[in-house]
Structures are given as C-alpha cells and as structure tokens.
Design a binder for this molecule. Structure first.
Ligand SMILES: Nc1ncnc2c1ncn2[C@@H]1O[C@H](COP(=O)(O)OP(=O)(O)OP(=O)(O)O)[C@@H](O)[C@H]1O
Ligand SMILES: [Mg+2]
Length: 274
C-alpha cells in the first residue's frame, strides 16, 4: 500500500467511526456567525444547559480550535480522559453536560498555530473518537466567519440545524447574511437566527438602552426566509456568569435571559419536530 492509499484508508476508517457516532446522536446543531464576539459561545453554552435542564442528554463540542472558550465559560477546565489503547476520548462532564474542547490540553496562554487542515482534523477526531454515546443534542460552538471549521462541521456532523448568532447592529448583520447563505449552500435543512445583545436594561432606571440597536436580527431572518429563534438582552449577569464559569441559566434566580433561552429551545424543538 502506498502513502496515498494508506491515507485514503485512514480517512475512510475515520468517516466510518464518525457515522457510527452520529447514529447515536438524535439532533446535531452548529452555532456560528459571520462576526467575532457576538455571543456564539455564550449562546451555545446556555442553550446546551437549557436543553439539559429539560431532561435531554446533551453534548457540547468546542469547535473553535484556536480560540476555545467553552471550558472557561462552563468551568470545565479539566482534560478529557484519553484511552490510548482503544483510541477513544471520554469527554469531561460538567453539571451533566458532556464537553469536549482542546483548551484544557494546551499549556496556559500558548497560541495554537495550526493551519486549516489541522484544525479540521481536530474536529474530525472529536467526532470520530470522542465517546459521546446516546445524545438527544450535540451542539458545536464554531469560530467566527465562514472558514474551514464551519465547512468541516457541516460536512462531517451533518447538522439538522444551524444557529446563526448576530447582534442587531448593521456591521454584524452584514456578516450574518453571509453566514446564513453559507448554511443554505451547505444544505443545512433548518436555519435559525438568534439576536444577541439586544438592548440593555439599565439597572438604575429600568429603561432600555439599545446599545447595538434592536430588531435587526428578526428583520434579517424574515428577509432571508429563515427562522427567528429569539432575542437575548444584554445582561450584566450573563457576562459575569461567562467569566465565572457559571452559565446564567443554571442560576436559581430567574432572569430575562434564562426565560429567552427557554423560548429559544422551545422554538428549536418545534422546528426539529416538524
Ligand atoms: N447577552 C449578553 N449580555 C452580556 N454579555 C454578553 C452577552 N452575550 C455575550 N456576552 C459577553 O460578550 C463577550 C463575547 O461573547 P462570546 O465569547 O460568547 O462571543 P463569541 O461570538 O463566541 O466570540 P468569538 O467570536 O471570539 O468566538 C463575552 O465576554 C460574553 O460574556
Ligand atoms: Mg466563541
């Protein structure tokens, strides 16, 4: 066997393992956006825990290989268990959520300087060799933009849904339209838009301040004929929860954001059961 055919065989074997893993996962969702910093990881983490609270078995794959933030935002800064003998990886479980991220395996503060094929390879391995087992939902938190990771996740995960996160401001909406069109091109059957950072309720006077505007995401979703899933306000406690590794939806105190995440998960359920 020459080098080319050995490589082709190992890709074929990996694809088979991915297929076997996916058979056990009912719903697969990718979370992405055209723009950085709009709240993809915040949405992925809080949505994963909302679905978990509704008695689903949920996994969260941190597919942002060079900027992995899921461990920080969930407090899951623990390496997964690697079973070398079997070529398997056991994901770390944090408050019942199965999490796979490259972050805990990297030395602190060191950059991961990997070109696209290596990053895509890592995502494939997370799908093929991580023991996700039976899941109702597997969510993938993707990096910003429409690059290699989005392509790999869409091709290998075969997601039934893409969630595109945007802020209501024009500069994010422009990039969000590209992301929606990418999801359409990739034939992801259901596309939903989440508008994040939609208005800030002033803690002093209770008035809403539209820092980034409001309503733009919903208008864009209608215009592009895709689903609108919900509008998440800016809340201090959301940011504090992210920084402390305690997602806001796990807090006992009710919040507007937790309420919205329940609406979003209800909308997703409805769309996926249609
Ligand atoms: N609704 C919100 N209210 C308050 N803070 C928020 C909200 N959504 C996100 N944030 C904060 O904004 C910052 C960016 O969010 P996040 O990291 O989720 O964005 P991202 O799109 O995943 O970024 P990247 O493109 O770097 O992956 C974080 O500090 C997060 O805590
Ligand atoms: Mg992120």
């Amino acid at each position: 066997m020459n080098a080319d055919s050995t490589r082709a065989k190992s890709i074929e074997d990996q694809d088979k393992r991915i297929e076997a893993a996916l058979e056990k996962i009912k719903h697969r969702i990718v979370v992405f956006s055209g723009k950085g910093g709009v709240g993809k990881t915040t949405v992925a983490v809080n949505l994963a825990y909302t679905l978990l609270k509704q008695n689903n078995k949920v996994g969260l794959l941190d597919a942002d290989i060079t900027g992995p933030n899921v461990p920080k935002m969930t407090g899951a800064e623990v390496s997964p268990q690697v079973l070398e003998e079997f070529g398997q990886i056991i994901p770390h479980e944090q408050n019942g959520l199965k999490i796979m991220s490259i972050a805990p395996m990297l030395p602190k503060d060191s950059p991961l300087i990997w070109r696209g094929p290596l990053r895509s390879g890592a995502i494939c391995q997370f799908l093929a060799d991580v023991v996700w087992d039976e899941l109702d939902f597997l969510l993938a938190d993707l990096p910003p933009g429409t690059g290699d990771e989005v392509l790999t996740a869409a091709q290998k995960m075969k997601p039934q849904m893409a969630i595109v996160v945007t802020t209501p401001q024009e500069v994010s909406l422009i990039d969000c339209r590209r992301a929606v069109n990418m999801a359409k091109k990739l034939d992801i059957p259901n596309i939903g838009v989440v508008e994040n950072m939609s208005g800030l309720i002033c803690p002093h006077c209770d008035q809403q301040i539209d820092v980034f505007g409001t309503g733009g995401g919903e208008m864009m979703a209608a215009d592009m004929k895709v689903h609108f899933l919900g509008r998440i306000p800016m809340e201090l406690s959301v940011r504090q929860g992210c920084d402390a590794g305690k997602p806001i939806v796990l807090e006992d105190t009710p919040s507007k954001t937790s309420e919205v995440f329940e609406q979003i998960s209800g909308n997703i359920d409805k769309i996926l059961s249609e």
